[in-house]
Design a protein around this ligand. Structure first.
Ligand SMILES: [Zn+2]
Length: 190
């Protein structure tokens, strides 16, 4: 396999990332370079401040954060309401998602809001769920969440996209996210 040697489009330093990933990072410029649409797309990222403090070593897991606008229409209404919100979509895959659960959906249901802090020198879990794959999920999540309120979703538009690095603690056999405290066995994260 050909080894990718990607350079940061801003500072020309080597980008950080696994060979088979879709997203590569420059920590000094605080950007991710996404290749999932067949060309380089640059996205800014921020580091999330943990809500839960634990003593175990942490590493960062990357999420997409889509600022999204859509229309929601209840059955007997004539005019749809405009809804604006942020949707979290993991930039990694979860195996057996119906069994382990979708952390993106948990974050969105619990209304997790972005609280940043200075980025720390933690290792990074590979981000291989590119923007092209992730960008369809704000609508998927909106449809699920509005269905609970018996409303239909139309005209979904993504207003802006960025990435957030979220610290996860590493216990003996699982990763525990520092925002909601959900845990995933090592093998569930790909
Ligand atoms: Zn750079």
């Amino acid at each position: 396999m050909k080894l990718l040697s990607l350079k940061c489009p801003r500072c020309r330093a080597d980008l950080e990332g696994e060979n088979n990933s879709w997203i590569f990072f420059c920590r000094s410029c605080r950007i991710g370079v996404d290749l999932s649409r067949g060309h380089e797309q640059e996205f800014a990222y921020e580091c999330m401040a943990p809500v839960i403090q634990r003593s175990e070593t942490a590493r960062y897991f990357v999420f997409w954060l889509f600022h999204t606008r859509y229309h929601a229409l209840a059955e007997k209404e004539q005019t749809p309401s405009e809804v604006c919100g942020h949707f979290w979509v993991p930039a990694f895959f979860i195996k057996n998602i119906s069994y382990f659960g979708d952390i993106g959906l948990y974050y969105n249901n619990r209304n997790v809001t972005l609280q940043t802090e200075r980025c720390r020198k933690l290792t990074l879990f590979p981000a291989d769920r590119g923007e092209a794959h992730a960008a369809i999920y704000p609508e998927v999540y909106a449809v699920k969440m509005e269905a609970a309120r018996r409303r239909r979703v139309t005209d979904t538009a993504i207003l802006s996209t960025r990435m957030v690095w979220v610290p996860f603690y590493e216990t003996e056999n699982e990763f525990v996210d520092s925002i909601l405290g959900w845990s995933y066995p090592f093998g569930a994260m790909v």
